[in-house]
Design a protein around this ligand. Sequence first.
Ligand code: AKB
Length: 316
Amino acid sequence: MEKILVIGSSGQIGSELVLALRKIYGNDNVFATDIKQPVKEVRDSGPFQMLDVLDYNNLLHFVVRFKITQIYNLAAVLSGNAEKIPLQAWDINMKALMNTLEVSRQSDAKKLFWPSSIAVFGPTTPRHNTPQLTVMEPNTVYGISKLAGERWGEYYVKRYGIDFRSVRYPGLISYKTEPGGGTTDYAVEIFFEAIKNGKYESFLNEDTALPMMFMDDAIQNTIKLMEADESKLSLRSAYNIAGISFTPKELADEIKKQMPGFTISYKPDFRQAIADSWPASIDDSIARNDWGHDEKYDLGKLVDTMLEKVAEKLKG
Ligand code: AKB
């Protein structure tokens, strides 16, 4: 029987991943942990414990005590925040990964998911339909840590037989828990501001295309990758997954179809340079072929769902 540890369970991905995993593996078999309090549904549906992934001894103790077989490590400082505290962000992102890789090596938790990102690419990477294997010269702390992490993950597969799996997430769009400190966060903020105030000031230019994905698609595909037969995985670092590419203007136009009075203005900040160094669209054919990656949400369905769910959430 699988016993699953989710590290970073109070964050944007963790809050939804825990609930999806509990449906499949049973509430008591999915242990949510974080250094922040969880959302109510996570707290009420199964075990939650405060746990700091940077504390190696406590992490190992937890994994051995609860006979953990799989770990999802979602703890990270995102791209925008990392640029404000470069050395700290590097320490946190790398230590969080290295601690889980080492705990996997020292315990029975041999299967490990760790998210990479489109941030592994840089300004010298081809921007459109970016291939899996290409020039990779990230120029952000977050991107450098994600690229280093991919390399370490593959190293632990080959050297120690750890079953490390990863995807390069595009910007993730969700309503349950908002992201914090990322460059793609505008695509979540815009819905909350549209419903609260009928307008939004974007920190990215109107024509900045980036790959994005609705959270349901991200969760379903993450679990699909983790459940795939290991023999099907031709890559042991991180898979490109594409999602849908759009600009702030295209997103605003889609929102205006439902809310004709909605207005958007543009005031780019330091995150514009980060976005400009990332791909506009991604080629994910290897993920599709190897383990059946696919998406259910196009831009229209994503916008309809976000407007409905964010309105419900803000009503209380
Ligand atoms: C960020 O914007 O930093 C993240 C990411 C694309 O990894 N959402």
